[in-house]
Design a protein around this ligand. Structure first.
Ligand code: FE2
Length: 438
């Protein structure tokens, strides 16, 4: 007797309808019309069953703090950092835990089950580190939570940042963070990248830097990061987050740089919601979008995954733990509207994020982990378009969240009583909307 069977599901690669048989925390079998008795059956109704969503870039110590102690009036990154600095002395361990757990509830309901969160280590009390380590322990059955020791005020610009970062790693924080573009000088920024990569090599840990989150085309710390990743053989343990400066770089230099990034084996994590709102703030018109060069990085073979970065905090007044909203924004802001690129955007918030975080491949397969989400959509593009309802969230074989399908009731005579937003006219297979720019 199996524990659970999800019947009549479509997979992100187009296969289906299939049944997904689950025994314990593993997928026992995937196939058409499986003859299987199970304690519970879920009818996916021809909808998409996908690996859970992954957010490889978040700030759980700041989340849901919007308005504390005041709002960000300019809407800039720098005022956000200053505002967070005002809030930091007022934080309590209990309040950070409470906000983080509320966010984790939201994340689970959205099928977001793997999160890499930065945690600020520039408060000598390391109160937020203690709080998020406790949260990591409490949510372990529901969410894979990785923590990054993040010197928000600069490794060298903040007095005790390096010592605090080492202390946080000793306490069990998983990843090394940094913010080279916020150091006082370009030289300090480059030195911080080298030091942080050296610590990563010494400790055998991943390194994930806020790198060149700037409109300044001369912010080139990504070059140093790529070179150090290659020199020290850190490869896939390295993530460069944001790299918005690449948006504004000279094309010739970008061509050289992208080859260095690809050579290093690192992942790149843009944060579309935040990049489109924080970048270009000093521009008049034309106003830059500030998203990094996603299509060119992809074409070079770089693993690109999308992060959410913020939800209701000093940097961003919106957000809902919805990684499909993140993918939706990327499709617009990049822009990338070919069917191939829109389908890829779904990978960028699922399997690519898992690769960036160093997690096992989460694709649904026989023998793989029984963690998946049933969506009110038939395929990945539909899921992105609708920011589809998560009908059922399954983690290690257990149903941990369910949401009823979204339906609109029509008041027009002669029309059906209800409409499912996922009912659409499929696009012909041979339709190719790809544009030269992509
Ligand atoms: Fe961030």
């Amino acid at each position: 007797m199996l524990d659970l069977v999800v019947r009549n599901a479509r997979l992100p690669d187009g296969r289906g309808p299939v049944d997904i048989a689950i025994s314990g925390d593993r997928i026992a079998e995937i196939g058409a019309n499986l003859a299987a008795d199970a304690r519970r059956e879920i009818d996916a109704g021809g909808r998409l069953a996908s690996p859970p969503f992954v957010d490889p870039h978040f700030h759980m110590d700041a989340t849901l703090s919007l308005g504390l102690p005041r709002l960000n009036r300019s809407g800039t990154l720098l005022e956000g950092i200053a505002l967070w600095g005002e809030l930091k002395p007022q934080l309590t361990r209990e309040a950070v835990i409470e906000r983080a757990l509320r966010y984790c509830d939201l994340a689970v309901a959205q099928g977001l089950l793997s999160i890499r969160s930065h945690v600020d280590v520039c408060d000598d009390r390391l109160l937020a580190v203690e709080a998020l380590l406790e949260v990591r322990r409490q949510v372990a059955d529901h969410i894979d939570l990785q923590l990054v020791a993040f010197p928000q005020d600069g490794l060298y610009r903040s007095p005790n940042a390096e010592a605090n970062l080492e202390r946080a790693l000793d306490m069990g924080v998983d990843v090394i963070g940094g913010i080279p573009h916020f150091e006082r000088t370009m030289e300090d920024g480059a030195a911080s990248v080298k030091r942080l990569c050296a610590i990563a090599a010494e400790r055998g840990l991943p390194v994930d830097l806020h790198c060149d989150e700037s409109d300044d085309p001369m912010s080139r710390h990504i070059e140093t990061l790529a070179a150090e990743a290659t020199r020290l053989g850190l490869g896939s343990r390295v993530v460069a987050s944001h790299v918005t400066s690449m948006h504004s770089m000279d094309n010739y230099y970008a061509t050289k740089l992208i080859a260095l990034i690809a050579e290093s084996g690192m992942s790149v994590v843009p944060n579309p919601l935040i990049n489109i709102t924080l970048q270009g703030r000093q521009d008049s018109y034309p106003r830059r979008r500030g998203l990094t060069r996603i299509a060119e990085l992809r074409a070079a073979g770089v693993n690109v995954a999308f992060g959410q970065d913020c939800t209701m905090d000093p940097w961003y007044p919106l957000g809902s733990a919805d990684m499909l909203e993140v993918a939706h924004m990327a499709v617009h802001a990049a822009p990338m509207t070919s069917r191939e690129a829109m389908a890829w955007a779904f990978d960028a918030v699922t399997v690519n994020g898992a690769a960036a975080m160093g997690l096992p491949d989460p694709r649904l397969r026989k023998g793989g982990p029984a963690s998946l989400v049933v969506l009110q959509a038939r395929d990945p593009i539909e899921a992105v378009r609708l920011k589809a309802t998560r009908l059922c969230v399954i983690r290690k074989g257990r149903v941990i969240a369910e949401t009823p399908p979204r339906r609109a009731r029509l008041a027009v005579e002669g029309r059906p009583a209800t409409v499912d937003p996922a009912d659409y006219a499929p696009v012909a297979e041979d339709t190719d909307l790809r544009t030269a720019a992509e």
